[in-house]
Design a protein. Structure first.
Length: 363
């Protein structure tokens, strides 16, 4: 349940100017459950964990209507782990969102701060992990479909929603004197939603960005760089293309997502290709009380291939509370291949099965 607080209590005192209504919405999500992993670095694992359905988070969404179709808005959002109470990122309090902006109901919105890119904003909700579990994301989440790489020092412009269509562009400044491109990131995206059909496409480019290639793929070298545990691959250019869509056909909602991650340096370039397809089925005939999901992931990187088969069932106790169960079976092939579902420690073999039962409450 979202709670609105009127700024300064002026609404209660009947002293607010008629043209400037200000409010803040408190919102969040808490997810907790039990994981069952067949091979976690060589052993079976049973654990209690948090945020594997949707990330544990809380935040403030603030807006002041200025009149004439103009408004000022801001969002502050922080991720945490409900099983320990710890922050997701101990060095950044509002680590998911922290921005302020101005909006006009004809020209769109301009915002500034730490903002997720359009890969996440426009395509992320269309993939197999929604409303599945986090292990249904692509291998290593190098494409950023999960919100793990917001762009700081950003300026973003987004159009109004015009008959379901919306588009945006953003730039994240590297902030290095004398070299505008160093550390710079930018993202563009477009989407269409009409309640039945959903489609999104986005592109993000990052300069001087790292990736944990050893941790995800167990590769000890890539494009001339030697890798080991704790040593990241340094990409001079790190780009991602993502497209996804879904359509509701009676009780069935088939969906498709494709992403291409390109890592470059002076030695050349490599790609990770990710394909996801599935269908969500409303077993309650439109009431959306029970939703069954079947999906398939395929990822390729260098000589490695990962195939994953997913199944989940959700019972919606209310619009904001759900209990669920999901399982993913991944098989990897190629030289020294190790299965590794996103958010879990890699298997010591080419196979890994992750199961989870849990409860998710949003407010």
């Amino acid at each position: 349940m979202k709670t609105r607080l009127f700024a300064g209590g002026c609404a209660a005192l009947l002293s607010c100017p008629a043209f400037a209504q200000s409010y803040a919405t408190i919102y969040g999500s808490i997810d907790s459950g039990i994981d069952f992993v067949t091979n976690s670095n060589g052993g079976h694992l049973v654990q209690q964990s948090a945020g594997k359905r949707t990330p544990d988070r809380w935040g403030f969404l603030m807006r002041e209507d200025l009149g004439g179709g103009n408004a000022v808005f801001a969002r502050l959002e922080s991720g945490f782990l409900s099983n320990t109470g710890a922050q997701i990122n101990p060095t950044s309090f509002f680590n998911r969102d922290a921005y302020v902006g101005l909006a006009n109901d004809r020209w769109g919105a301009l915002s500034f701060g730490n903002i997720p890119d359009y890969i996440y904003e426009y395509v992320g909700a269309l993939n197999n992990a929604v409303p599945g579990i986090s292990s249904f994301y692509t291998v290593g989440n190098l494409d950023g479909l999960a919100n793990t790489h917001a762009l700081n020092n950003s300026v973003r412009y987004e159009t109004i929603n015009y008959r379901g269509f919306q588009a945006g562009v953003m730039n994240s400044f590297g902030g290095q004197a004398g070299d505008f491109s160093a550390g710079r990131q930018y993202s563009i995206g477009a989407r269409y939603q009409n309640g039945i059909v959903k489609f999104g496409a986005a592109y993000t480019m990052s300069h001087d960005r790292t990736a944990d290639i050893f941790g995800v793929f167990s590769l000890t070298s890539l494009l001339g760089q030697q890798l080991r545990s704790g040593v990241q691959f340094n990409a001079s250019r790190y780009s991602t293309i993502a497209v996804g869509g879904s359509v509701a056909i009676s009780a069935f909602t088939p969906h498709l997502t494709y992403t291409d991650v390109k890592l470059e340096n002076a030695e050349g370039a490599v790609h990770e290709h990710n394909y996801q397809a599935g269908v969500n089925i409303d077993l309650s005939g439109g009431a959306r009380l029970y939703v069954l999901g079947l999906s398939y992931n395929r990822s390729t990187f260098e000589d490695l291939t990962f195939n994953q088969y997913n199944l989940f069932l959700t019972h919606y106790l209310s619009k904001v509370t759900q209990v669920y169960a999901g399982v993913g079976l991944q098989r990897a092939s190629g030289p020294n291949a190790h299965a590794e579902q996103f958010g879990y420690i890699a298997s010591s073999s080419n196979a890994q099965t992750v199961g989870r039962v849990g409860i998710n409450h949003m407010f």
